[in-house]
Design a binder for this molecule. Sequence first.
Ligand code: GAL
Length: 803
Amino acid sequence: MLVLLLLCLGIAPYASAQTSRTIADFDKGWKFHLGDVKGAEKASAPDKNWRLLNLPHDWSIEGTFSKDNPASPEGGALPGGIGWYRKTFTVPLASKGKQVYIDFDGVYQHSDVWVNGHHLGFRPNGYISFRYELTKYLNYGGVNVIAVKVNNSEQPNSRWYSGSGIYRNVWLVTTNPVAIDHWGTYVTTPELGIKSAGVVVKTTVRNSQSTAKPYTVRTKIFDADNKLVAVGGSIPSKAQLSDSAVSFENTLPVYAPRLWSVESPYLYKVVTEVLIDKKVVDTYTTPLGIRTFEFDADKGFILNGKSLKILGVCDHHDLGSLGAAINTRALERQLQILKGMGVNGIRTSHNPPAPELLDLCDKMGFIVMDEAFDMWKMKKTKYDYHQFWDEWHKRDLQDQILRDRNHPSVFIWSIGNEIGEQYSRTDTVGRVIARELAGIVRSLDNRPITAANNDPEPASNIIASGALDIIGYNYHHQDYESFHKRYPGKKFISTESTSALETRGSYDMPSDSIRRWPISWDKPFTTGNKDNSVSAYDNVSAPWGSTHEETWKVVKKNPMLSGMYIWTGFDYLGEPTPYSWPSRSSYFGVIDLAGFPKDVYYMYQSEWTNKTVLHIFPHWNWEAGKTVDVWAYYNNADEVELYLNGKSIGIKKKTGDDLHVMWRLKYEPGTLKAVSRKNGKVVLTKVINTAGAPAKIELIADRSNIKADGKDLSFITIRILDKNGNVVPNADNLVKFKISGAASIASVDNGDPVSHAPFKADYRKAFHGLALAIVQGKEQAGTITFTATSEGLAPATVVIRSK
Ligand code: GAL
């Protein structure tokens, strides 16, 4: 019926194949020089001897770990400095009369950009996306040069590893002179019923030529199968003045809308067209997820009419051994591992994320808290963004909201993390800024605003400002339950929680007491471990935080608590707190830097997913006679029975709010077996054997087919096994890698926070029996053969196909 009607109106029912705007991947073929070069901005500057590379690129991750690097271990102990990038490219004569722009998704940091020697601008913020117009400086039909100076030499400027360089994607965008503006659509669904959703599409059209003919804006909505479900148009505009923008608003009904949810993130797409003389002169696509949500003071978070606890994690932007250089597959893998644990929320701590993160969260179903700043005017490190606050905060915040507001996965804006201005009881600077920032956000979007406060008092400047829709605390889990006594009728979210520490595979015994490191920084933190490791039992935490179990127990039972974002999902480079050098990465992750889950991952999996879980730990290789605690995380069962060498050690059941069970026993080598049962019937069985000497290597590729696009990755897990196939829990064998075919080794890791071995290498020691190699295909289809060898061990080979 709709199709018929459209045909009568002369409207093609399917997306027009004509693309009047081109968005070209501009990542390939850049020249790079580490260090400052006088005159490198000039088009004629020599760059023949510079290194040829493809973006995204992070030069810090290629550096050598040293405690003397000015970023300090807090910043990841890797070098910063100044770097130059240049790209020579041709622009066809046919582009004359078009608008040409270069879009940077993110450059860390203090970037200056020139085209053909003309300075286009300076952008200090290392996490913001920005655009420059090239139109009037280009040689059409000739050669052009873009030069970018990146200055990350003022250190320290971050409390975690930032990376350095053009570490996100770059795009060359060409449009007609009349086109939809940069971030020029805004799609909302203010009216949503079971039968239909009213989709409001605001479109801003910019005319960049001296006069423009009248034009029309047409909006189409397609469902996930690319079927047209709605169309609407504007009345023709008047002729529009040069370099001006005009906005249009359409409301389109989508009948029987499919809703976006975390389990089923259904996506429509909005295709907006500009037409002159009935010809499409621009096409612009915006994602659309239809959903309703609210935060309720008593009931917590409600999505599409149903209560949903936000089970989130905070993460920094690095991708482990790949550094800050964005790679969509690496990000997708992180999100898949988190989904497997039951996570449904991501906080982009403490800055605007790569756009690809939000695309993936839209597709995979995560509730995103999109955060803007880690500091305002008051600094946290000597050279951080506070230097640029006055001049840039408004522009940066506006750009973040404009860029991100169409993502259905974004539910909350956070205007800052643990901001220094919250504490003063004598000045009100924090209140003034909080109101200003909230005002900027509200002028562009109506999603709720929070801030991640570590001062939970009503007198805290940011809370007292009244600017927040949802009051957010970092930590203070002891105070969650009394929240309404302090803040009657207010809504609450745990913006950041936990900060517990674990080193994968490292266990201290006995472990039933909770340890917090001393709050006073001059007292060294000791776990009794000389290797700067912490116990993998959930028993060590920051003094301001809690063990994983402590916070989850509180959040679980209290419906008014809309959710929590654990610090952190993954270990990240930098902030090895409470240790310092030789440690260079964090211990807070539920998952280590290489992407290997720590034990507590399975506690969350048993609580947050429907998957049936039985996870027992530690390993079973100890000194004879040692007293060992064995823990089990389980669900969907009444009890677990543990056996050592066939003899029952006893049946344990979780009672009250227990999240694990434990047996304390004397170690003897052999076989530890756990059996979970429900109503007397076996649900799951888990066995851990005492491992013998390392004998062979096992390789497991997460994907054995990858795309031949030069970007796709296969993550290969290396396991050191004994002759019977048991993982050897303390194996640290040096493993060497060889690769043949159209691929290279992008990086290697093992999750050890103390290792100073390079990530860009063709070898790695195992850490507690495991290592990781990341293989990156080239733009060439074929067979990739990856081989791992180690002295005294049987080698292994895995084959990957790239298509
Ligand atoms: C928080 C802070 C995070 C991280 C964490 C470590 O206070 O927001 O960025 O530093 O502590 O426990």
